[in-house]
Design a binder for this molecule. Sequence first.
Ligand code: SF4
Length: 412
Amino acid sequence: MESLRELYRIGAGPSASHTMGPKRAAEQFLARHGAAASYRVTLYGSLAATGKGHLTDVAIQQVFARRKLDLQWRARERLPLHPNGMLFEALDDTGSAGASWRVYSVGGGALMEDGASATAASVYPLQTMKELLAWAEKHNAPLWKYVEQCEGREVWDYLARCWQAMQEAIERGIEGHGVLPGALKLRRKAHRHHQQAKGRPGPLQRTGLLTAYALAVSEENASGGTVVTAPTCGACGVVPAVLRYLREVLNVDDKAVIRAMATAGLVGNLVKTNASISGAAVGCQGEVGTACSMAAAAATQMMGGTAAQIEYAAEMGIEHHLGLTCDPVAGLVQIPCIERNAVGAMRAVDCADYALLSDGSHEIPFDTVVRTMKATGEDMQERYRETSEGGLARMHVPAGVDPAALDGNHCG
Ligand code: SF4
């Protein structure tokens, strides 16, 4: 498994796979071939289908700045290794292609070329939850210790920066007003939820606070603000909401939060390694499902759970999102994404509560549910995997929006 630096990335939304990944790929290609007369970038599959709504073109154009760029959209074509394919070409004065690079944005901002990561080496020898639990038992150590062992003590500084960025996104989101960018003209809700929560007596604040924090981060993401992938931009509201809520109600310090982020990161890394965190590959079960699983693990640890209870909570976080499709309305990371983050945060705390009521023993192992999620995603029709051609994106035409305008967002 790769470093947690490859899972938690600080960057601009609204989509890790559709903005952060393509932007990184463009930067890498330009660094290698900066002297070409012009460039052609062809986007395939899901990247082309929902790229306009997800601001893929804006992210790539920012990198090429004033250079001549021809952006091609090929939503009906798919490159062999992943639905989010890209072809970068450097062109000469006559428009003939010289150097080219085929690369994939595989989720969470990560890149892959010819089946291998284009960004990072493996730093975690253990690859399954079963192995992690055996390590914890053998060393009589918490799971977060394994992160320190593999990544060194510097990892705590990196996670602290991510936690800081998460909190800043919550603060900005809570203070945000007005409508989000895009055809839906969706109103921000985080501020209202926060105000409503503050007006309720203590124990009844739970739903208001959790949803306010998740909405705040997801609304920041939808407006192109800075967020932390956890594990993706589309699902970036779940983990910060749970961490912030429990930091407040349990009155724990930042060290406890960052250690919980480490354990959540292991969970996200297991899914990324053994299945996928890409909505284009496996649907939203891989994004919000994984985020819920990560947050459930973090919450269980913060509430004093054992490694077995953490595994149980993480397993439930995915199990009860199995089959969840990706069908963003108008190709925007807004409906169902933003509300889904809020519900995912509530569910994560519920999973932790449930696991803590048990002794951690249960029937379906985490590793099995991850394999199941991968198989379910592979069985899912392509229209339900971040193309905006099925589900809510096809059935719901928002008031005041021309259906032809929606088609333009996802057919490229
Ligand atoms: S529906 Fe889920 S996977 Fe799809 S764009 Fe929204 S958050 Fe991402």
